[in-house]
Design a protein around this ligand. Structure first.
Ligand SMILES: [Cu+2]
Length: 311
């Protein structure tokens, strides 16, 4: 950790080394070229050299001015590469935060509907930021951590770092994204692991909760084209209040009153035409026997038990 340069992440040192190396060479060349120019101006002035001379070709000189710059630029590449390569190799244990760029603010999504306007991260813990944009191109830049990546709609970009300094650091958008681009600012706050846990626990749920896994399966299988969640009758009976209700079903042996249990629900999905809910038509719902695994059936049942029941 180098406090002079405010190296806030594990990646900062290598970036600074590449910068200092290139900057030093630039200074050396500026000084050397300026000095040489001044020397030539004086030494080869008209006063001292009345009769100009012609030169042509000098193999030794040409080799020198080709090989030396080649070595210098390859060294620059080396320092750049050793700084860049680890930036694209995310450690497997990294904590994931989704960063949403929108005109004109940053949102940091910690999952389960917990969204913050500040990026709060635990000290000395690997953090991966998954970068998404909901409108135009943005670019997330945290100077103290020496990380910067474009945030492009339709493209899943990322960056990662490990904060090695506690404190509050600036976050910028560095891709001109419209009117209030310059105000698209946020803070990165590095806290002790315990303080971070407390902060996350206290963070209010403001975003949409992800779908219950069972509902996700129901949606993926387009069950909602025939079944509603709000009690209205479409082609099939509504899922509202399904679990634990009594229904009259028609079987080959006649009508009977049944209670919707786990088994009944599973049977309704794998063998829908064995028992037909009274008032609905046979043959409309196809069997999902081979399409939905036993595991997914359990998730669907769990969804009916928990989520739908409460509505
Ligand atoms: Cu922006």
């Amino acid at each position: 950790m180098n406090t002079l340069f405010n190296e806030g992440s594990n990646l900062a040192g290598a970036v600074d080394r590449a910068f200092i190396f290139i900057f030093t060479i630039a200074i050396l060349f500026t000084v050397a070229i300026t000095a040489l120019m001044i020397y030539i101006l004086i030494h080869f002035s008209r006063k001292r050299n009345k009769h100009p001379q012609q030169f042509s070709g000098n193999t030794k000189l040409e080799i020198i001015w080709t090989v030396i710059p080649l070595i210098i630029v390859l060294a620059m590449f080396y320092f750049g590469w050793v700084g860049f390569a680890p930036m694209r190799q995310v450690p497997a244990d990294a904590m994931q935060v989704k960063v949403i760029g929108r005109m004109w603010r940053w949102e940091f999504d910690y999952g389960n509907g917990k969204i913050s306007n500040e990026l709060v991260v635990p000290y000395q813990r690997n953090v991966k930021l998954n970068l998404v944009s909901v409108d135009v191109n943005h670019s997330l830049f945290i100077p103290a951590f020496r990380v910067k990546e474009d945030v492009i709609p339709g493209y899943n970009n990322f960056l990662w770092f490990r904060p090695v300094m506690k404190g509050t650091f600036d976050i910028y958008c560095t891709e001109y994204c419209g009117l209030a681009h310059s105000g698209m600012l946020a803070k990165a706050i590095v806290l002790d692991s315990l303080d971070f846990k407390k902060w996350l626990a206290d963070l209010k749920v403001t975003g949409n909760l992800p779908d219950h896994p069972g509902l996700a399966i129901i949606k993926a299988n387009a069950c909602l084209t025939c079944h509603s969640l709000d009690g209205s009758k479409i082609i099939g009976p509504s899922f509202k209040g399904l679990y634990g209700r009594k229904s009259t079903v028609v079987t080959d042996a006649g009508e009977k009153e049944i209670e919707t249990t786990d088994d009944y629900i599973k049977r309704s999905i794998t063998d829908p035409n064995a028992e037909i809910v009274k008032g609905f038509n046979k043959g409309l719902m196809q069997s999902y026997k081979d399409k939905i695994s036993a595991e997914d059936l359990d998730k669907i049942v769990d969804y009916f038990k928990t989520a739908v029941e409460k509505k």
